[in-house]
Design a protein around this ligand. Structure first.
Ligand SMILES: Cc1ncc(C[n+]2csc(CCOP(=O)(O)OP(=O)(O)O)c2C)c(N)n1
Ligand SMILES: [Mg+2]
Length: 429
């Protein structure tokens, strides 16, 4: 009934929106409806006689559960988590930190070609804990913590970074471009933001299958400047896709500070523009991240809708091993952030407040995590590189003639000059 009325009113409005309802012979209820815009492209806006441009909207608040001393600010929001699970999260934060230290140094020594750390962003692990292990992850590259929480082993991390014969990607990607079918983590791709429309598409497929799963798509605030970001979010909103868009706003896109990346209210404000339920969270507060992701998952799966989370954090590390951030930001800024608000010490303080962690335990855990990383690292270094034939496989169902010719040429060259090509470094098959 109401929709019929609305259509009739809308027709009247479109025909002559300057006429008032009585002149057009519309009923009282219709006149009431006409206070709002009824154009097909904007159905909820009220008419105004003030000529004004909208610009001064309040900043979206930042959801926080605990303060920097690990104290829960509102006891109603006390994390509902077991001691075992909380300790596991914290141990993973320490392990990630230890792995980053070792692999960063390994790159500096020329033992691997490239690396990116998560220093300062370890609380991201909380988002992984809020998901179903079958939810599909689309990462950008600084999400090793998610993999760790899902059970990717240190050996698997090292094998990938070494591009050795046990690397799941068979040596065809740069270090840190992890991917694992078993853990539902799509392989990282270097071109920024490509994962965003892909995550939307995969979520659409999940919706059609009706399997009550969702995708989660991580990206940086820099990547959100790409066209793919806008295409991905709009498609997800209009098609009703169960996808959680998780923006890590860490203050920098290599050397470009966030403040130069956009003029709006961060990335969160864009979610509202696309009609997506949106929340901004303290990205150094693992419990805020955990609670927000859990709630986002419920919306995505139960209502078949996308959700946007903007997690505010700080990239303590250089962008990657190819970057020296002292060229564009003061060292003091980094030191201040590390001291003022560190997600690891915040979580430790929370655990200690609960009596679930004793002082000094983390020294031991960090030491054993480092030892484990080093052992996995030494083992990975000894393995051979993947067999050369993998260069030509897994892209085409049937290898095209041009590639077959190239493969034959390489095989011939390698046989002819085995020392030059260091064939003994490669696995045979
Ligand atoms: C399409 C594309 N443009 C540029 C680059 C080079 N690039 C790699 S990472 C990066 C910065 C991304 O910053 P952000 O999305 O904020 O992620 P963060 O590194 O801060 O985690 C740029 C410009 C790229 N990989 N792909
Ligand atoms: Mg960034």
């Amino acid at each position: 009934m109401l929709s019929k009325l609305a259509t009739r009113c809308m027709r009247g409005t479109l025909m002559n929106h300057r006429l008032d309802g009585s002149k057009m012979g519309l009923s009282t209820s219709c006149q009431l409806l006409r206070k709002k815009v009824m154009f097909p492209g904007a159905l909820n806006s009220e008419y105004t006689h003030n000529l004004q441009f909208v610009s001064n909207v309040q900043s979206i608040p930042t959801y926080q559960v605990m303060d920097t001393d690990g104290k829960v600010l509102d006891t109603a929001h006390e994390p509902q988590v077991s001691k075992e699970d909380a300790r596991k999260l914290y141990k993973n934060m320490l392990t990630l930190n230890a792995m980053d230290q070792v692999l960063y140094e390994a790159q500096r020594q020329g033992r691997i070609s490239f690396y990116m750390t998560s220093f300062g962003e370890e609380a991201l692990i909380g988002s992984a804990a809020a998901l179903d292990p079958k939810d599909m992850v689309f990462g950008q590259y600084r999400e090793a913590g998610v993999l760790l929480q899902r059970g990717f082993t240190l050996t698997q991390f090292m094998n990938q970074c070494y591009s050795n014969e046990r690397d799941l990607g068979k040596g065809r990607q740069m270090p840190i471009h992890y991917g694992t079918k078993e853990l539902n983590f799509q392989t990282i791709s270097s071109p920024l933001a490509t994962q965003i429309p892909q995550a939307t598409g995969a979520a659409y497929a999940m919706r059609r299958e009706g399997n009550r799963l969702c995708t989660i798509c991580y990206f940086g605030e820099g990547a959100a400047s790409e066209g793919d970001f806008h295409a991905g979010l709009n498609m997800a909103a209009t098609l009703g896709c169960p996808v959680i868009f998780y923006c890590r706003n860490n203050g920098y896109a290599i050397s470009t500070p966030s403040i130069e990346q956009y003029r709006g209210d961060g990335i969160a404000s864009r979610g509202l523009g696309y009609g997506i339920d949106t929340i901004r969270v303290d990205g150094n507060d693992i419990w805020a991240i955990y609670a927000a992701t859990k709630a986002a998952r419920a919306i995505a799966v139960e209502q078949n809708k996308p959700v946007l989370i903007e997690a505010m954090t700080y990239r303590v590390s250089h962008h990657s091993t190819s970057d020296d951030s002292s060229a564009y930001r003061p060292k003091k800024e980094v030191e201040d952030w590390s001291k003022r608000d560190n997600p690891i010490s915040r979580m430790r303080a929370w655990l200690e407040n609960k009596g679930w962690w004793t002082r000094g335990e983390d020294v031991e855990i960090s030491k054993s995590a480092k030892a484990e990383v080093l052992a996995a690292f030494a083992a990975a270094e000894k393995l051979k590189k993947p067999a050369i034939r993998h260069l030509f496989e897994d892209v085409y169902d049937e290898i095209p003639l041009s590639l077959q010719r190239e493969r034959a040429e390489i095989e011939e060259l390698v046989q002819k000059y085995p020392d030059y090509y260091q064939v003994n470094d490669f696995a045979k098959q």
